[in-house]
Write a protein that binds this ligand. Sequence first.
Ligand SMILES: [Zn+2]
Length: 319
Amino acid sequence: MQRAAIGVDLGGTNLRFGLVREDEKIISRRRTGTMAAEGVEIVLERLTSGIQTLAMKAESTGLEVAGIGIGVPGIISVRDGIVRLSPNLPGWQDVPLRSRLSESFQYPVYVENDANAYALGEYWFGAGKGAKSMVCITLGTGVGGGIILDGHVWRGADGMAGEVGHITVNPDGPLCPCGNRGCLERYSSATAVMEMAAQAASGSGKTALKTLLKSGLLTPEAIANAAKKGDREAVRIYSEAGKYLGIAVADLIDLLNMECIVIGGGMSGAWELIIGPLKEEVQARAFKIPAGRCRILRGRLKDDAGILGAAGLALKTNP
Ligand SMILES: [Zn+2]
């Protein structure tokens, strides 16, 4: 009987499920709102019902379910499957997610931090396939990170390792909600790009961003399109995002000497706008040998990385 696993990406807004076969194909998927504001029990109900649907699908197609993997934003106690704290999910404090799901399902349940699940997805099935050490950086609303060393996620003493988005890249930079100044997230996230664009649009210079802002069409994609058409302000904004990302990447290379860095998340769609300035910083700052060896790659799995990584936890650790 062919094996499959159910991978879940539990986000603050969307709850996404995939039935992933051992040959890495997502053969069925579901997507629903998380309804995080309704509280823990409602989210658990929605989670259980989505998993149930895919478990039935597996059964009807003759697949053996190896387990359930769930990526959750926040601090996760991976060993006992407990969500310690999640800033994106109100009320989620010390929720024993694994044991709660084990009341409804007989399969093994794996709970992992969402950025780590994303990194594992790219590592096992995407751009990082074949590497032994990798850092995955996700550029979205915020900037997330996952570190994989010799095939294992490096979680740190408190399960909080990999917070690449809060590395200081400018000591005098803008204040970050985390309390620090000049975090990477304040330059290279979609939020930061939008803020820089709004600022540029209200300045005196000539830029297409003004029209975009006025007509309510200012999005990271629209800013990237303006940059691709040569709008100087838009180009400058993405260069800044790439430059500061490059500073962080250079530090990571010198610190970890890993085989590759995979950059994913929604903002990686502006790859050609950020990769040049990024590589310039790496060349100027990092040691030549580790910088020369480190492949800087665009993520391949997009939104599926989280689902695939979560499913991989069941497929790879339970052969
Ligand atoms: Zn920060």
